[in-house]
Design a protein around this ligand. Structure first.
Ligand code: NAP
Length: 286
């Protein structure tokens, strides 16, 4: 099958590498070409523009920073959507808001393109190890058709309903992720101020049922102050922003998320946007 992949950042480059293992023809594009070097060495084909990718493929994946970027790459100059083949499939894996996914599904329909929102749960390592969880919104029949491609990149693809439902579930997951890390960081930060040894405080908290299990995965980052980006803080702050925008659109109040979002915004403002989101720990401890 001819497949396209646009957006070769931390996640996209690893997902595309796994797609190559399926012996498909893979056409790739990224704003910064150097990030495609390894993929091109391994058989991927470079396309100069997003439209050059979509002209050639039956299925197109995008893994881009945020809704504004997805819209620009899809609909801007040399955008891919207008160039897609009739009846081809666009799968957007970027974390965006549900109303944006619904808008992209409508734009796709006008072009006779079928659209899935399929953001992922899992970070850099699961992307490399092909153990991502895909959260899929859109027609089940379309998902069934592309399931073998999801199998190359992940452990599971779950169908959550119509377009927008994949994006909605992704934001619900990251809202909890952001708050869990923030709450833990605040607690350890006070513990240190009270005279506890950092490692001891972390050890005790991680062994209580009140601490979210995911915090165990991040333990060494807190202990060793290693905040090299797996999931950049600016993206987590974006996800909390999209969560609160979605709540506004649906007449729901989200007081905790609004507060958490602003703490991450302060860390970003201080220059931590490209560090891992768990560096909120560093922000609160300095
Ligand atoms: P990343 O490394 O920052 O990659 C972002 C991608 O968007 C790159 O391909 C980048 O191109 C492209 N991009 C940014 N601005 C652009 C513009 N103005 N025009 C064209 N392309 C542009 O981020 P990532 O971690 O791979 O995340 C990608 C998406 O997945 C985000 O929506 C994120 O929230 C989501 N996500 C991330 C993780 C994670 O753990 N990292 C996990 C799940 C979901 P350049 O290479 O040229 O900058």
């Amino acid at each position: 099958m001819k497949i396209g992949f646009i957006g070769l950042g931390i996640m996209g480059s690893r997902m595309a590498a796994n797609l190559l293992k399926g012996e498909h023809e893979l056409f790739v594009h990224n704003r910064t070409k150097s990030k495609a070097t390894d993929l091109l060495k391994n058989g991927a084909i470079w396309a100069e523009t997003p439209a050059e990718v979509s002209q050639q493929v039956e299925v197109l994946f995008t893994m881009l920073e945020n809704p504004t970027v997805v819209e620009e790459v899809a609909l801007g100059e040399h955008g891919f959507l207008a160039a897609m083949k009739e009846d081809s499939i666009w799968i957007d894996c970027s974390t965006v808001n549900p109303s944006f996914s619904i808008k992209m599904a409508k734009k796709s329909k006008v072009q006779n393109v079928r659209f899935l929102d399929a953001p992922v749960s899992g970070s850099k390592q699961p992307a490399a190890e092909a153990s991502l969880l895909f959260l899929v919104g859109g027609e089940k029949e379309v998902l069934d058709k592309v399931h073998p491609l999801f199998d190359l990149m992940g452990q599971k693809a779950v169908h959550l309903g119509e377009n927008g439902k994949g994006s909605a579930m992704k934001l619900m997951i990251n809202q909890q992720l952001g708050q869990a890390v923030l709450a833990f960081s605040e607690s350890v930060s006070l513990g240190i101020a009270l005279g506890f040894d950092k490692k001891m405080a972390i050890e005790v908290l991680l062994n209580t049922p009140v601490t979210a299990p995911i915090l165990n995965v991040f333990r060494s980052r807190f202990e060793e102050n290693n905040f090299e980006a797996n999931f950049p803080l600016k993206h987590l702050q974006k996800d909390l922003e999209l969560f609160t925008e979605t709540a506004y659109e649906n007449n729901k109040a989200t007081p905790l998320t609004n507060t958490a979002k602003e703490v991450y915004a302060l860390a970003k403002q201080k220059g931590q946007g490209d560090l891992d989101f768990t560096s909120i720990f560093k922000y609160l401890n300095e």
